[in-house]
Design a binder for this molecule. Structure first.
Ligand SMILES: Nc1ncnc2c1ncn2[C@@H]1O[C@H](COP(=O)(O)OP(=O)(O)OP(=O)(O)O)[C@@H](O)[C@H]1O
Length: 260
């Protein structure tokens, strides 16, 4: 299924995005448009530039050249927090969680920050029933309702990843960015997180970007695959066509295809 319309405005676009580390060009002139309602997997061998591309989009790294546009607005000069306010949502492992607060309190604060565009730790809990109800609903959606009173460090690795997804949902971004969301998970934890990502795509008009090594995950989720190799975009299109393309078979998927 590809709900992409050629006329729809891209939620996110990069134009000639480039970063050099000394003499090494880690991301090299990557131009790409991401349309609402689509899930794009970004794949490529180790060191291809996938995470660096994500860092350039979210603002953790500043580009040497090129532009990042969110909803048509040039955000290239903006800090990560300002990009987040414009709708770029990136899942980070626990870095934006409050370790002493419960899962519910963490999600409630994220809902509140979205509602008020600012953290208000002093607001009266009992007076914020609507926010609590929304936080409860999000925890339900990510299947963490029964862990609502648990602090992040007491959750299993898989449940921590679910909580990150819950925080992202609470922030209600227009673009969801996941960097290897199933990394380090036990086999039985993987399907839930994949279902959550599928659900995010199908519920709204979200634009989802996924960096992922596991081709079975890519095959099951992606509407489109973008392949990076040595920092350069070398293939972009429908999953079946990209996976079958000679450059991908040779550069990255040869072994994978032989097994799969
Ligand atoms: N801060 C940095 N300073 C110097 N070189 C860097 C820096 N960050 C990344 N690189 C280099 O840029 C290239 C791309 O790295 P990146 O981590 O983006 O690749 P990747 O595709 O995400 O790889 P992996 O799949 O292994 O995570 C690599 O050669 C890496 O060594």
């Amino acid at each position: 299924m590809s709900p992409t319309s050629p006329t729809a405005a891209p939620a996110l676009e990069t134009r000639g995005l480039t970063i050099r580390f000394g003499g090494h060009v880690a991301v090299n002139g990557v131009s790409c448009r991401f349309t609402p309602g689509t899930l794009t997997a970004i794949v490529g061998p180790n060191g291809a530039g996938k995470t660096t591309y994500f860092n350039l989009v979210s603002g953790q790294l500043r580009a040497s050249a090129g532009q990042v546009l969110v909803g048509g607005e040039d955000v290239t000069g903006l800090a990560p927090s300002a990009r987040a306010k414009r709708g770029l949502g990136r899942a980070f492992q626990l870095t934006n969680l409050f370790p002493r607060l419960t899962a519910l309190e963490n999600v409630r604060l994220a809902v509140q920050s979205r509602a008020e565009a600012g953290w208000t730790l002093l607001s009266v809990w009992s007076g914020r029933r609507d926010l609590i109800a929304k936080a409860e609903a999000i925890l339900e959606r990510v299947r963490l309702a029964d862990k609502r009173h648990v602090t992040p460090s007491a959750l299993s690795h898989g449940d921590q990843r679910k909580l990150e997804v819950a925080l992202l949902i609470a922030m209600d971004p227009r673009v969801f960015m996941f960097d290897e969301p199933t990394a380090g998970m036990s086999v039985d934890e993987v399907p839930t997180v994949l279902e959550l990502i599928q659900d995010i795509k199908e519920r709204g008009d979200a634009t989802v970007l996924l960096v992922e090594h596991k081709m079975d995950v890519v095959r099951s989720l992606a509407d489109r695959i973008v392949v990076l190799h040595n920092g350069t975009l070398v293939a972009d299109g429908e999953p079946a066509a990209v996976i079958a393309s000679p450059i991908v078979q040779e550069a990255y998927l040869g072994l994978e295809a032989a097994h799969g």
